[in-house]
Design a protein around this ligand. Structure first.
Ligand code: ADP
Ligand code: MG
Length: 223
């Protein structure tokens, strides 16, 4: 999927009604289909906001977001199953099992329920013994791996991941990155990951550096 942002600004009202805080300040970006991108920048630079705006979960205050030549106004504008978002903090339904939570994205496209793919993904993310547990029984790292597996489940054309390394030890960071890259490349999908720390295996990625809501560097592969 191709992503284009034109003059995207996002501001939030300050509590108490006095003024606004600017999270994105005139972002212009074109990301061609099949590109692997990493968004870098210190905490508060606007990375999470940018991912939400690209995914249609948050509307820009001004400017436009276009996915494959279609302007996105909210998340329902997206074709079902084509955009997946892994938030930094996973959201699970506590009454559903690990497998049922993994299958949730398929509810948006009910003709497509590949349970065997779900099993393979859970196994690959080290959750083979946990299909029937409830999310409360998982550790932080296990929840994170379930969150990533769920984002990959429908082979999205655009995958947005916020802080992929969060809660994962070095070994799982490396394995998770390998699986994400393999899946994304097989599907010729577009990947945008936001991170404030270096990630193993992202050396060939397009690096977009943010500072105070602006893109201040684009394309360098050095930290
Ligand atoms: P990052 O992911 O790079 O840490 P964020 O996109 O989370 O940055 O935040 C960018 C700026 O916008 C910060 O100053 C943050 O406090 C502010 N911000 C983000 N979300 C909200 C919100 N829902 N309400 C108010 N301010 C917000
Ligand atoms: Mg963030």
């Amino acid at each position: 999927m191709r992503v284009e942002l034109q003059h995207v600004c996002k501001s939030y009202p300050l509590p108490g009604g006095g003024g606004t805080v600017s999270a994105l300040d005139g972002v212009n970006l074109v990301i061609e289909r099949g590109t692997l991108c990493v968004l870098n920048g210190p905490s508060g630079s606007g990375k999470t906001t940018l991912l939400s705006v690209i995914g249609g979960l948050s509307r820009p205050t001004s400017g436009s977001v276009t996915l494959d030549d279609k302007e996105v106004r909210n998340s329902s504008d997206r074709q079902r199953g084509t955009v997946a978002h892994a938030f930094q903090e996973a959201v699970f339904i506590p009454e559903l099992t690990v497998m049922e939570n993994l299958l949730l994205p398929a509810l948006r496209c009910r003709d497509h329920f590949p349970i065997d793919r779900g099993e393979r993904l859970l196994e690959a993310f080290g959750l083979a013994e946990m299909f029937d547990l409830f999310p409360a029984a998982l550790s932080g790292g296990e929840k994170r791996r379930l969150n990533l597996a769920r984002a990959l489940f429908l082979s999205p054309s655009l995958l947005l991941i916020d802080e992929p390394a969060a809660y994962l030890d070095d070994g799982w960071q490396r394995k998770a990155m390998e699986m994400i890259i393999r899946e994304v490349c097989d599907a010729q999908a577009t990947l945008v990951m936001a991170t404030h720390t270096p990630l193993p295996g992202d050396e060939g990625f397009r690096r977009i550096l943010m500072h105070k809501g602006r893109v201040i560097e684009d394309g360098s592969s050095d930290y």
